[in-house]
Design a protein around this ligand. Structure first.
Ligand SMILES: [Mn+2]
Length: 424
């Protein structure tokens, strides 16, 4: 399934007059509008290969139709997303769910869709068929060296797969921890995990980064061996300059001040990047921006401020990825909504009047500082996002185009109504 350009152009033409009116209205109030549009166009968010099929909960899974049956079809789906919004120009693979059989052919296919390979993701939270050792009691932390060695070897294998594809980073998320007091010696678990990570780190090419993701709880419910940003930072500081802390929005205890966390990690030069999702209660893996868009804006405000303070390139110096699970919506529609929500928060952060904010902070004008942030947040920037998409060759309204062009109906025709994506 390919989105044909002439059909997309026809769709855009029908919306153009209305779009132009809305764009000019908002652009009139944005001093740096060309800069904002250029940054929006450059900003690409990686799509994880596991987000293209219907996810489930621990109670069940209800399939959608036309799910990608192979890595090739997953790449085609990301190609559809990218054709529609021109902001999904990367795919993040999960090994062993998506092991390429022919690296050159996979690279060529991705290039045909304008995609590059973002961070590689290892998996030591599930046992694989035929593997001699079990991860039931952890992987890199395991008390048994044979289990740790198997997990280390797997991570090194994932790096090798990534080198073949042109990826430049490895994301390590560990389910390691304990569910009952007394089960684990915390210091021993930390030391074994650090030793395992050092061996993985030693296998990283010079131009690669290791992203260490943290999570406060789940699947273990008493302790997690990389539980929060402090623990992740402790590991990465001990590992070396190629190791960074990865922040996943849903991996915090309720009400955590995530914008402050990213600000300080950026200050220390240790922020790897971001996994986007949203939640109301825990790690709910809901569509980013669907529950708490103001928090997302505040996070982007700190990201932009912190990256600018260090002279960083917004688009390329950090890793940006969606990490969500879609069990009710069409995964592609959900991803289109996710990317739009991210772009909206990013655009709002870009239009914050930074000079005025700094001046207000200097004189402790609390009300004015709040007004300055909320003025940006309350600006309807959707036409800016649409304009950036249009200029890049995408759709003014990506979800509208997806429906009008009947992409899902075509995918079901091609693949069948009862397909299940690998890894789900
Ligand atoms: Mn994540």
């Amino acid at each position: 399934m390919q989105v044909e350009k002439y059909k997309l152009d026809g769709f855009n033409n029908d919306l153009l007059a209305d779009h132009k009116r809305r764009f000019e209205f908002v652009a009139a109030d944005v001093a740096n509008v060309d800069d904002v549009l250029q940054k929006l166009e450059a900003f690409q968010i990686a799509i994880p290969s596991w987000a293209l099929g219907t996810g489930g909960t621990r109670f069940g899974r209800f399939s959608g139709g036309g799910e990608p049956r192979s890595l090739e079809e997953k790449i085609e789906d990301v190609g559809v997303l990218h054709a529609l919004n021109k902001s999904s120009g990367a795919i993040s693979l999960h090994i062993p769910w998506d092991i390429p059989q022919n690296h050159q052919a996979i690279k060529t296919l991705a290039a045909q869709h304008g995609l590059r390979f973002d961070a590689m993701n290892s998996n030591t939270f599930q046992d694989q068929a035929g593997a001699p050792e079990s991860y039931k009691f952890g992987s890199l932390q395991h008390i048994d060296k044979a289990v740790r060695d198997q997990a280390i070897a797997h991570n090194i294998e994932v790096i090798k797969q990534g080198i073949e594809l042109g990826s430049k980073s490895l994301t390590v998320w560990l389910a390691d921890g304990s569910s009952f007091p007394g089960q684990l010696n915390f210091r021993g678990a930390f030391e074994r995990t650090l030793d395992s990570l050092k061996q993985i780190y030693a296998a990283l090419p010079d131009d690669w980064k290791l992203y260490l993701e943290y999570k406060c709880y789940e699947p273990n419910f008493y302790s997690t061996t990389v539980a929060d940003w402090g623990q992740s930072l402790l590991y990465v500081t001990k590992l070396g300059p190629k190791a960074y802390t990865l922040v996943d929005l849903g991996h915090h205890l309720p009400n955590a001040n995530i914008e402050q966390i990213v600000s300080l990690l950026l200050m220390e030069g240790r922020l790897a990047g971001f996994h986007f999702n949203d939640s109301k209660y825990g790690d709910d893996d809901l569509t980013v921006g669907s529950i708490n868009p103001y928090q997302l804006f505040l996070i982007f405000n700190e990201l932009v401020e912190g990256m600018d303070a260090r002279g960083m390139n917004h688009a390329t110096d950090l890793g940006w990825m969606i990490d969500a699970s879609h069990n009710l919506k069409d995964p592609i529609e959900d991803l289109l909504q996710s990317i739009q929500a991210i772009q909206i928060a990013y655009a709002q952060a870009l239009i914050v009047d930074k000079e005025a904010l700094v001046a207000a902070q200097k004189v402790n004008d609390v009300a004015l500082a709040q007004e300055i942030l909320q003025k940006a947040y309350r600006t309807d920037v959707r036409a800016l996002v649409s304009e950036a998409s249009l200029r890049a060759g995408g759709a003014i309204d990506p979800i509208g185009a997806y429906r009008k062009l009947q992409v899902r109906e075509n995918l079901i025709k091609e693949r069948g109504a009862k397909t299940v994506a690998t890894g789900l």
